[in-house]
Ligand binder design. Structure first.
Ligand code: TPP
Length: 239
């Protein structure tokens, strides 16, 4: 078992790419162990397992800052950043909350539960980094449902004219708490149907650079994608 030796991102980086797939499977098993016995957010977290493994493999948290939208999809992140007992051992299920919490870990940047916040929060962190002339990647993760909230749209608009490192991962699983409504969802559908090639591209319209990945559960493809955008010198939306 790899997971028993994982106490933070440094341990994940010791693994080979093929081993990451096994770690993802073990992380998913830990997740299911907790949510099937104690409840919690199922779908958002099951969708994030491989992505979280790849994020911590490529980026250097906490120097690189990962900002989750809503943060209800942070359970794999908690499992991989020193809090696995809260998912493996029923006596410790109550040790962690269902959202990111800086009191729990240096890898959690904000206490948050509202949708549509991650892009703006990440931009604030990026600006702070720039003012201090510091280095590091800032990564915002946002789902398709949260993308239509006003604060997310303001964040994307500002990101379009920002000129330093900012990576926005849009996790478009075509799922939300309820059905998505609004014109942007036609555009997102078109992007999914064309493997990101549709000329009608919401993110490019905001002035962002853009990459598309079809299979968000392919850990090796995710590692390649994240390596290709790590330390980028301008904002980019990675799908
Ligand atoms: C301001 C606000 N409105 C509504 C909610 C309720 N809510 C929680 S998650 C969610 C949608 C999540 O969908 P998406 O962003 O696509 O993420 P996914 O769960 O698919 O990863 C909503 C509306 C909230 N947390 N905050």
């Amino acid at each position: 078992m790899y997971l028993e030796n994982i106490n933070g991102p440094k341990d994940i980086k010791k693994l080979k790419i093929e081993e990451l797939k096994v770690l993802a499977d073990e992380t998913r098993a830990a997740l299911i162990n907790k949510i099937s016995n104690a409840g919690g957010h199922n779908g958002p977290n099951l969708g994030m397992v491989e992505m979280t493994v790849a994020l911590h493999y490529v980026f250097d948290s906490p120097k690189d800052k990962i900002v989750f939208d809503v943060s209800h999809q942070c359970y794999p992140h908690k499992i991989l950043t020193g809090r696995k007992e809260a998912f493996l051992d029923s006596a410790h299920f109550g040790d962690v909350t269902g959202y990111t919490n800086p009191l729990e870990s240096e890898h959690d940047i904000f206490t948050v539960g509202h949708t549509s916040t991650s892009v703006s929060l990440a931009l604030g962190l990026a600006k702070g980094r720039d003012l201090q002339q510091a280095k590091g990647n800032v990564i915002a993760i946002i789902g398709d449902g949260s993308l239509s909230g006003g604060e997310a749209l303001e964040g994307l608009d500002y990101a379009g004219e920002y000129n330093k490192n900012l990576i926005i991962i849009i996790n478009d699983n075509d799922q939300s708490i309820a059905e998505n409504h609004g014109g942007m969802y036609k555009t997102l559908k078109k992007l999914r149907e064309t493997n990101g090639k549709s000329s009608n591209n919401l993110f490019k319209s905001f002035g962002l650079d853009y990459r598309y990945l079809d299979n968000g559960h392919d850990v090796s493809a995710l590692v390649d994608l994240f390596r290709s955008v790590k330390d980028i010198d301008h904002p980019i939306g990675a799908w």
